[in-house]
Design a protein around this ligand. Structure first.
Ligand code: SAH
Length: 209
């Protein structure tokens, strides 16, 4: 998976490649999907949600440029797979999930694998997670209509935010960086995510339009 799907597509960050080799992806997908866990695509994880394609996990993670000492926030815990990758690459990970059932399942898997620096929270992550802010890196793994202001505000100085922005079917991966009270942004590749819900997310009606 790492050589064919990820290194060949240009991901060079050695620590990210190593983390992808370490985390057992099959443990994070439903039993009926385990044979497909290392294939080159997203997979259903229940509650109409998906675990992202391995390459997209690698790309988004490398865009955060983690070195090991960061406090990281993930919005959209889902299966917990992305959180496990982050756990290896940063000091602390806070991850927020809207669906209690997914959050509890992910927390159990992460705990069973010993990723004790990951804290799973149930709530509306479109508003960030104020109690543990500021964050050196924030990753949103669901599509937003625009960048939620609270997430920018919860970035530390020099902090980076990676987020898919746009309507259903195709969004643009955006990378934001804080410099003082200024925010710069760059656009990366087109991606396709499930919707971010909540206060700063998509309503069902707007998403299905
Ligand atoms: N990162 C996950 C995949 C996430 S799929 C993994 O590695 O498996 C997107 C997730 O975002 C879904 O689980 C969905 O329930 C969640 N989500 C959507 N809107 C949210 C919100 N406002 N706050 C928190 N989680 C949200």
């Amino acid at each position: 998976m790492v050589i064919h799907q990820i290194e060949r597509r240009g991901i060079r960050d050695k620590r990210v490649l190593e983390a992808l080799k370490i985390v057992p992806r099959h443990v994070f997908v439903p039993e009926s999907m385990q044979d497909s866990a290392y294939e080159d695509g997203p997979l259903p994880i229940g509650c109409k949600q998906t675990i992202s394609q391995p390459y997209i996990v690698a790309l988004m993670t490398s865009l955060l440029r983690l070195e090991g000492e960061e406090n990281v926030l993930e919005i959209g815990t889902g299966s917990g797979y992305q959180a496990a990758i982050l756990a290896i690459l940063a000091k602390t990970v806070h991850t927020v999930e809207l669906h209690p059932q997914l959050a509890e399942q992910a927390a159990a898997v992460l705990h069973s694998l010993g990723y004790d620096n990951v804290h799973v929270h149930i709530g509306d992550g479109s508003q960030g997670w104020e109690p543990a802010a500021p964050y050196d890196a924030i990753i949103v793994t669901a599509a937003a209509p625009e960048v939620p202001k609270p997430l920018l505000n919860q970035l530390s100085e020099g902090g980076r935010l990676v987020i898919p922005v746009g309507p259903s079917y195709v969004q643009t991966l955006e990378v934001w960086q804080r410099e003082g009270n200024q925010f710069t942004s760059e656009r990366d590749i087109p991606v396709s995510f499930v919707p971010l819900r909540g206060k700063y997310g998509w309503s069902e009606e707007e998403w299905n339009r």
